[in-house]
Each structure stands twice: as structure tokens, then as C-alpha cells.
Design a protein around this ligand. Sequence first.
Ligand code: TAP
Length: 481
Amino acid sequence: MRFEYSPAPESRAIVTLRDSYGLFIGGSFVPGSSVFKTISPASEEVLAEVTHAGPEDVDRAVAAARQAYERTWSAMPGRERGKYLFRIARLIQERSRELAVLETIDNGKPIRESRDVDVPLAAAHFFYHAGWADKLGYAGFGPSPRPLGVVGQVIPWNFPLLMLAWKVAPALACGNTVVLKPAETTPLTALLFAEICQQADLPPGVVNIVTGDGATGQALVAHPGIDKIAFTGSTEVGKEIARACAVSGKRLTLELGGKAANVVFDDAPVDQAVEGIVNGIFFNQGHVCCAGSRLLVQESVYDDVLAALRRRMGTLRLGDPLDKNTDVGAINSRAQLDKISELVSSGEAEGASRWSAPCPLPDRGFWFAPTVFTEVSQAHRIAREEIFGPVLSVLTFRTPAEAVEKANNTPYGLSAGVWTEKGSLILWMASRLRAGVVWANTFNRFDPSSPFGGYKESGFGREGGRHGLEAYLDVTGSADV
Ligand code: TAP
């Protein structure tokens, strides 16, 4: 049965966009060397002009962060730092609708997701790390672990505010100051976060935000005044950053790409598994590093699972991201749409069979219908490369051992999913899957207390939980680590 939905748009009125935004350095918005425009990927409308930070602007931001580190933040008792983090967390909650609408406008993701996932999780990360700020001596890193200093943080466009929270909250809780570079296509919630820092009376220079493109990121990574780089983004850029940081003495954590296997056994409840498959690959248009982009189905239930999956995909509603009924929003940029289209064409050319949900695409903006490929071989590019879009590749297996072999046959190792009724099989699989996170009978669950990170080309270091603190502390010499 098909349900008809009337439009249910969330109002944009809560967001006041400025015509142009400066850089956030030393607690104030300041001009920089040049400007660029940020657009809405759903309509291609220009939203605002944003400042491009050149090397001299990055230099100013690092100097402000150093001064704040030395004069205020590193010397402040943890319980005082914690108060600021609690205040920021509460302000994120208070301004949650504004943040959600702005995130949806700038990123293209459905309002249902920014409202129910991105913003609440961002607040949760600040609450969680606020609690740690005065308890670092009990975290198992020795009695008085020291901060590292000034941290340079570079984040991608898929979860702009949430990735900021993953980076900024632990860094500040541990006594570091930060210079953060948001992605070029999604700078607006980071700039609203800068206003929240002002509202929270955060000492000037503790958080600095430099907008710009890859060159701004490069300048930040190369800056000699930085003690640690925390990067989330593609494996390709991660490798470049690892080379740039080599023998510089800078600490480095890398959260990179993925090509997760979502493994469905023949005893899994089909409808529940299909919901998990859909959430695993179509949540956030598949712009998710841990997306379940390779579906491994046990051969005996292949026909049932595929039929139920196509049926469910046919009910997904694609369109206006601000509509509260929308399931699939816009692709974040034309460049990303081109990348998805190129990989999908390669799948067809290499002989896989494509099926896309029959949903009309809007005339303006960047869109891609939810798509599934069957008859996929492990050698196909769509089975090996991260597509970072709403495209699922389906493979089959007969035995658990074959499922493990195929799941691990990837240069990545960020996440995996297992669907079965048998607890013993879940544990057997989890101990063999080379992935930082293994979800059982669920997918894409996040919690600030749970460490997240990868193996192999998915990077190193963990974010969240006690493990995530270690990345922002000097734990050398600690016997407890
Ligand atoms: P990237 O192209 O790698 O960009 C990430 C960030 O790095 C952006 O801010 C980018 O600026 C900047 N950047 C680009 N070139 C740089 C350079 N040479 N030096 C320093 N910074 C540079 O990735 P993306 O396309 O935005 O994001 C998608 C990727 O992120 C996917 O591979 C995804 O799997 C990964 N990701 C991983 C995770 C975790 S937790 N593992 C989470 C989310 C996303 P511009 O925006 O100007 O290009």
C-alpha cells in the first residue's frame, strides 16, 4: 500500500542568515583574505558569503589559540572547564531547531535527521565530555594527564556540526585549545557554533574557526605552531596529511573512509533486517563513513531479502530536505554527485545489474535516487571503492566463514553489521570482522561514550569514550595506559 503525504515543511524563519561571515579568531568575527559562496544543495540558491582563510589568517588563528592555551585554558581547573562545556551543551539544546534547520539548508540532509540525530548527538558529546573535564585523573592515564596544546582540526561535510562536536568537545575537556576548519561546502553551523561560544562566554581564542577549502586545511596541517592534528575525511587526503605530519613531532589521529559489510544470515527477521539495510545505506544519502554499503546476504534468503528491500526502497520519499516527511535529501555538492554517477556508470559497465527506486527527482539541486546493484563481484569498483552516496552493492555467501572472508576483503575497516537470531554467531562474527565497530541486529548507532574509529585505511585513533580522551592528552610516562 502507498501512503500519500501532504507537504510538511519546517519553517526557515528561525534562521537568520547573514550576508557574509568572517573568520572566528580570538573570540570575534574578523575579515580574511578573500570570500566564497556557500549554496543550498537542494536548490542551488546562494545562502551566504563566507571568508576563505589564507595562510596568514591561519597563522593569526594559531597565535590566538596559543595565547588562550598558555594564559587561560590549560591553567584552568577541570571543573571550571567543565562548566563552559556544560553551558555550550545546553545552548546547543536551546538553539537546536535553529541548528537543525541551518544544517539541513547548508548540507541537504533531511530535517528529520538533523533534528533527531545530528543536533542531539552534538549536544550529547558536549555533555559527556563536560563530565570528564574534572575527572581526567581517574581515566586511567595517570594521576594528572596533561593537555597537548593547540590542536588543528579538519572536518568533512557529511555531519558538519556533529563532526565539530566529536572534535571540539574532547579537545576542550582535556585542556587544549583548537583551530577548526569546517568543509568548504558546509561552513554555516560551525559559524553558528562560534556564536554559541560567544554566548557561553568561552574565553577568546579557546575555539577558533577558519573557513576555507583544502588549501586552508593544508596551511593548518603545515603550521609549526600546532601540536596535534585531528582529521576526518577521505583516505586520500588522510594519507597526504600523514606525510605532511611525518617527523614534525605533531600528534595525529585520522578518521577516514569505509566500505562496511552488512551481513544478513538466513535466520534474521527479514523485515527488521531490511529496515537496518535501508538505514545503513540510505541514512544521510549514504554520505556516511560507516555506511553499510556492501550487503552480504546468505544465499538461501537472497530472493526474499531482495524483494523486501526493493519494496521498501519504493516507499522512500526523496525531495525537499526541510519537509518533515522526507527520507532522502540532496547530494551535498555537484562534485559529489559527479563522483557517485561515475562510480554507478562503472558498475553498469562492469556488468552489475542496477535498480533505482522509481522516485521523481527535483529539477534544481543535486539528487540521486536510492540505488541497489545485484550480480556484483568482489572485483567490481562498486564493491571496492567508497561511493559515499545512496548506492548499495549486494553480494552473497553460503557459510559464516565465507561471509567473514568477503567482509574483510577490503582495504578499509571502519564498521560492520551482523543480522542473526543467534548470539553465539554474533560473537563469532564480531571477533573475526576487522572493523572498529560491529553492530548486531542494528546499524548506525552512535553514543559519545562508545569509542569510534577504524582499522587499516580507515585510519587510526578513536573518538568518543575513555579511549577518545587519550588522543587529546599527553599520556607518555603514564604507567596506567
Ligand atoms: P576530504 O575531501 O578528505 O575533506 C575533508 C576535509 O579536509 C575538508 O574540510 C577538506 O576541505 C579538507 N582538505 C581537503 N584537502 C586537504 C589537504 N590537502 N590538507 C588538509 N585538509 C584538506 O573528505 P570529504 O569528501 O569532505 O568527506 C568525505 C570523506 O570523509 C569520506 O571518505 C568519509 O568516509 C570520510 N569520513 C570519515 C569519518 C570517520 S569518523 N571515519 C566521518 C565522516 C566522514 P574542503 O571541504 O575544502 O575540500
